[in-house]
Write a protein that binds this ligand. Sequence first.
Ligand code: BG6
Length: 302
Amino acid sequence: MSEEIQALNERFGAPGRVNFHAGPGGLIQVAVSGTAATAAICLQGAHLTTWGRHGEPPVVWLSPDARFAPGKSIRGGVPVCWPWFGPHETEARFPAHGFARTVPWAVEAVDAGDADVTRLEFRLVGDSASRAMWPHACELRLEVAVGAALEMALVTRNTGAEPITIGQALHTYFEVSDVRNVRVEGLEDCPYLDKVEGMARKRQSGPVTFDREVDRIYLDHPADCRIVDPGHARAIRIRKSGSASTVLWNPWIEKAAHMGDLGPDGHLRMVCVESANAAGDVVRIAPGVAHRMAVRYEVEAL
Ligand code: BG6
């Protein structure tokens, strides 16, 4: 066992409940196990890769062909997109969705005192490349609570003297029985930018269903969504705060084939419903102020 893993387990581990280990690709992971659910989180990107309730199909989907490698984003789970969403506004060579999902994070705290809900907190450490792309004094933390529900909060604190503007998303891949048979409720009548049609501005009519590529930024949408999945006899409810945009994404067949890490028929098994602040909903944070974007995922029986 590496010294780093040993030190993490000595400081934050809890036998049978919270265990740090070398995961695929040698990336350090923390496995969390409680009375209701299990989860795994990679320290690179503070990337939660799975969350599932005992005896049920996972709620957060991880591609069977996900690649785990230093500096690479993992296909599935909950990538943390920050401090911009999508392509960088002016620098085409900067990575899409920012750098938070591919750089090192540190563990700040673990509270395993309650067997029903395990709480963990991570802080973005970054590297010289990320500091060059984002030369601002600020601090990013991710709080995670693993239980019968999953809660995550992304907290950005402006520690400098100038205002900062951020885009962000918790880019969650949800597991579905067959995306062709699910619907997403809660976006009715909402305006959106359709990335598949050159960012055309449209308005949602009825629930969202999937029979082609979907890549949309719903604007001015602080409300809940529900992924209704009769095949799994469940709905996943997505509650959120501090998030004005909701992004829906499924690459469908052709794009999935080009990606190469979505797995066979992967597009049928997942849908991304991302709680975000994107496009015109980016957030300006004044000096000394913290902004908190939080989500809570619950499972409802159908
Ligand atoms: C979505 C974007 O949020 O993420 C899509 O709207 C993008 O345009 C998708 O293709 C996946 O991005 P990436 O960088 O993880 O392949």
